[in-house]
Design a protein around this ligand. Structure first.
Ligand code: TXA
Ligand code: MG
Length: 326
């Protein structure tokens, strides 16, 4: 893939280039863009396949939930519930380097893969003028992790992005270095006392000045575990049987690839009939939910190759199949 590098003036961006980037995002392309914290790798969050592309480009070994970006705080109400103290925090800090984890609305249209199947969603309104203009023009929610290969440091210039992801993403918008240079603060509002999941651009003191006590997610000074690594991550109600060649009586089937010769069962989905791992990643969470909705007790899952995105898919499946924590 050839990565287009578009250089923009942060405060007076060329509208034609901006429109091209917004159109690309809407069409499911991967567009890296500057925010005030770090450069993000954006994908249309309504599009499972585009989101799967983000995980593929980053080389993430598992599906961490992604932050969903909007141009305005008003837009968030369509995706998440906003119980107190969300409105107070939004008024005080947005747009800006604060991400809020909130309950996902029942009618939320955002990709289940972007949210890693969780009942909550992390949302953020960046203040950088290019991020603002791009999000407004694209008119879709944008899932954006930091624009670097998994495991390397977050990029604060377009050059860092090109070094890390050149040839792996469609477009990089260059507009100088990020002013904050450190990721957004993540605050979890799904617990009775708000919990700080990641330190960042907004300090704990600043938050407490507005909403009172904030708990720290760390225990004993240990680093914060990324929620994507937790086994308590969304697991289907049904139990999973992995590496199945076919479904036994009473089982639903989550197939992968060519199913020629396999006896059809009442409830089944195919992650990708052509064996395309990106398509399979895009379908994974939605199909697990779909099979769960049938009320089936057990899902047989056909083997998925461990290469490329297959590593993340298998990681997720083995967590879903692990014994449940009561
Ligand atoms: O500053 C930032 O936040 C940058 C820019 C691009 O906006 N983005 C960023 O994204 O740092 P990322 O993917 O590198 O970090 C997202 C973090 C992860 O640690 C993830 O586990 C957490 O957000 N997260 C996402 N959804 C969550 C949820 N529902 N509950 C708890 N944590 C969540
Ligand atoms: Mg990151």
């Amino acid at each position: 893939m050839i990565t287009q590098l578009l250089t923009l003036s942060a405060h007076t961006p060329d509208p034609v280039l901006l429109q091209r980037a917004a159109d690309a995002l809407r069409a499911g392309k991967l567009v890296a863009f500057p925010t005030e914290t770090v450069y993000g790798l954006g994908a249309n969050a309504l599009d499972d396949k585009a989101v799967a592309g983000v995980f593929a480009a980053k080389g993430r070994p598992s599906f961490n939930p992604l932050i969903i970006h909007a141009a305005s705080a008003q837009a968030l109400a369509a995706w998440v519930l906003l119980p107190p103290p969300a409105p107070e925090l939004m008024a005080a800090f947005l747009p800006g380097p604060l991400t809020l984890v909130l309950p996902r609305r029942a009618d939320c249209p955002i990709s289940w893969l972007a949210g890693a199947g969780l009942p909550s969603l992390a949302v953020r309104v960046p203040s950088h003028p290019i991020a603002q203009a791009l999000l407004r023009q694209a008119g879709v929610p944008v899932a954006a992790p930091s624009a670097n290969r998994s495991g390397s440091v977050s990029p604060t210039t377009a050059l860092h992005v090109m070094e890390s992801l050149g040839g792996k993403v469609d477009m990089v918008l260059a507009a100088g270095s990020c002013t904050i240079g450190l990721e957004s603060t993540i605050l979890d509002l799904t617990t009775p006392v708000p919990r700080l999941l990641r330190h960042g651009g907004v300090t704990r003191e600043q938050l407490e000045a507005v909403i009172g006590p904030v708990a720290l997610a760390e225990s004993g000074g240990a680093p914060i575990t990324a929620p994507g690594q937790l086994t308590s991550h969304y697991a289907p109600n049904a139990s999973l049987r992995l590496n199945a060649s076919h479904a036994e009586a009473g089982e639903a089937l989550l197939a992968f690839g060519n199913c020629f010769g396999i006896t059809p069962v009442k409830h089944s989905f195919n992650l990708s009939e052509t064996g395309d791992l990106r398509e399979a990643a895009a379908n994974l969470f939605a199909m697990l939910r779909g099979l769960d909705a049938t009320g089936t007790k057990r899902i047989a899952v056909m083997p998925i190759p461990a290469t490329g995105l297959g590593a993340a898919i298998n990681d997720r499946l083995s967590r879903a199949a692990a014994p449940r924590i009561p």
